[in-house]
Write a protein that binds this ligand. Structure first.
Ligand code: PLP
Length: 373
């Protein structure tokens, strides 16, 4: 093992940077006397809606529930189909499955990693109820194109925005654009809690209201259960912590952007061997992950680890090849399968030391140049 130790993510660092603010939030919560759906949750909902440019935000227990409840609120159910990317975290597909519907995968653009909008229409059938696009790795999907396809076919447009809090699409903040946008605040995300949390944002008051009811046992007024709902309330303490983090999100996203720009300029010369992330001019991504592609990804990852650099693979097994989706195993989704073998996420985040970035880039360069012989 080399003396270099660059870890992928340090979950203590956010607390250490903003300790005074988190401690104050904890104290406020402990002395408030409100433990569930109190003032912290409603304040976070208002602040996050305003941040996204959405009229409404409803806090829920986690990102998967946000997706599932969004689909339920749109009336998606048994016999329906929902279009999803073939390369995503499995939660995107599971939300569709849990709603009783069938995920219909569409392959990605291999450079942006987001759903290939030119292939969506061929996947639409009489049963299609919605397109569930993902803002993968922190980069917005093509909202305008997807929106016009959805309008043309009279279906709904939902996003999985677990990875792109604060990103912009054509100058607009994501979260306020599609019919419903679903957010995860899992600790590793750009806006991450110290536990589990999620939310939906929307401009549609009726949809927000339905999700408010669904998250709380199907009731608006206690013990008046109008529909068979769920227990998926946002945790009040996590809401208090998320309010602190939201105030620093833009600053922390800017740090990620600086690191991404460093990687791109340092690795630019290796583009015959390495595929770097492509950023279309009309998006401003928030670099949840910095994902490169290399045909011998496993060997590169092993080499970097020997050099003391931790990397992660997002994601090695696409949903259609996972045990949860055995019935999809024969499906021809070559791009998703190939990305699973080639992608590698380099260390990035608001608490990665910027002086570590040239070290990572140098080791990658060395590895690739040694393969040139
Ligand atoms: C993290 C994530 C989710 C799930 O969020 P949880 O809060 O863990 O339920 C869904 N989709 C994507 C793309 C994610 O990265």
């Amino acid at each position: 093992m080399s003396e270099v130790q660059i870890s992928f993510q340090d979950f203590r660092a956010p607390y250490l940077e903003l300790k005074t603010e988190f401690d104050a939030a904890y104290h406020r919560f402990m002395t408030s006397g409100f433990l569930v759906l109190g003032e912290e949750t409603s304040a976070f909902e208002q602040e996050y809606a305003a941040y996204c440019g959405a009229k409404h935000c409803v806090g829920v227990a986690n990102g998967l529930d946000a997706l599932h409840l969004a689909l339920r609120a749109l009336g998606v159910g048994t016999g329906d189909e929902v279009i999803v990317p073939s390369n995503t975290y499995i939660a995107t597909w599971l939300a569709v499955t849990h709603a009783g519907a069938t995920p219909v995968p569409v392959e990605p653009d291999p450079c942006t990693f987001n759903i290939d909008t030119s292939r969506i229409e061929e996947a639409i059938t009489r049963r299609t109820k919605a397109i569930l696009a993902v803002n993968l790795y922190g980069q917005p999907c093509d909202y305008s194109k997807i929106s016009s396809i959805a309008q043309k076919h009279e279906i709904r447009f939902v996003t999985d925005n677990a990875q792109a809090h604060g990103a912009h699409y054509r100058g607009r903040r994501v979260g306020g654009i599609a019919d419903i946008e679903c957010h995860s605040f899992y600790p590793s995300k750009n806006l991450g809690a110290f536990g589990e949390a999620g939310a939906i944002t929307t401009q549609d008051a009726a949809l927000a209201d339905t999700i408010r009811i669904l998250r709380n046992y199907g009731s608006k007024v206690r013990y008046h259960n109008e529909v068979p709902g769920y227990n998926s309330r946002m945790d009040e303490l996590q809401a208090a912590f998320l309010r602190v983090k939201l105030r620093h999100l833009d600053t922390w996203n800017a740090r990620r952007r600086t690191i991404a720009e460093q990687y791109i300029s340092l690795l630019y010369g290796l583009e015959s061997e390495l595929v770097l992330p492509l950023v279309p001019s009309w998006v401003n991504p928030v670099w949840h992950l910095f994902v490169i592609r290399h045909p011998q990804r496993d060997l590169l990852q092993k080499y970097l680890l020997e050099q003391g650099i931790q990397t992660i693979i997002h994601y090695p097994i696409p949903p259609h090849l996972s045990g949860a989706y055995n019935s999809f195993k024969g499906r021809d989704l070559p791009l998703a399968a190939r990305l699973g073998n080639e992608v590698l996420s380099l260390p990035i985040g608001p608490h990665i030391n910027p002086t570590d970035v040239p070290i990572v880039a140098e080791k990658i360069t060395k590895y690739i140049q040694s393969s040139w012989g």
